[in-house]
Design a protein around this ligand. Structure first.
Ligand SMILES: [Zn+2]
Length: 208
């Protein structure tokens, strides 16, 4: 793991419309800290007043996955389940085919350079107002996602990445524990996939 604790970047928060992605306008700024060589995550903390949330997998994710070891939508379910299974938490995140919810996109030319994924509130001034969120995964040709546990050690761990992003969706921020799914700094190869005791206590603190 290569870390760079001094690498600070800004990530812009946008107000997205599910039907007008190409017209996305940058409207606000969140300052976050990036640790690592090739990723920055949006960092939003807070909680939903409605604990039951839905996510919608979009077809745009298919084109970012160049391996038969990853199921772009099916593995989102795996990532969501890692948080849903946290005992004593009322939080749940389940798949929906459409409608309102958290849309997961693969997009080009949206995330800042070097960023592989981020979470964006629909309403940056009130990110937990139950209006939904957008999870964006990079479609940059320099970012490759796969399953390092199945030998694809030259790729970012897609399940770990989405578990991390869904942690943000739930309202959990970053921490520096080496075993945490919410640590910053993802490099190609293995990365924690399962929330550790600290991650779980963070979730319980918000929703139990
Ligand atoms: Zn993050």
């Amino acid at each position: 793991m290569t870390n760079n604790n001094n690498n600070k970047e800004k990530i812009r928060t946008s107000k997205l419309s599910a039907t007008t992605i190409k017209l996305m306008t940058l409207v606000a700024v969140l300052t976050i800290t990036a640790i690592g060589t090739s990723q920055v995550y949006a960092h939003t903390t807070g909680y939903w007043t409605d604990y039951t949330q839905k996510y919608i997998c979009t077809s745009s994710l298919d084109t970012i996955i160049h391996t038969n070891k990853v199921d772009p939508c099916g593995d989102l379910s795996s990532a969501a389940q890692k948080w849903n299974s946290v005992t004593y938490s009322n939080w749940s995140l389940t798949e929906a085919s459409g409608g309102s919810g958290i849309y997961v996109y693969g997009l080009s030319n949206y995330l800042p350079s070097g960023v592989i994924a981020g979470v964006y509130p629909v309403n940056p001034t009130s990110p937990f107002d139950n209006e939904g969120k957008f999870v964006v995964v990079s479609k940059s040709s320099s970012h490759h996602f796969g399953d390092p546990t199945q030998g694809e050690t030259d790729k970012y761990d897609y399940i770990a990445l989405m578990t991390h992003e869904f942690g943000h969706v739930a309202g959990i921020g970053h921490n520096s524990q080496s075993s945490s799914v919410m640590k910053t700094g993802m490099v190609e190869g293995t990365f924690p996939r399962d929330p550790n005791s600290h991650d779980k206590s963070e979730l319980r603190g918000l929703y139990s």
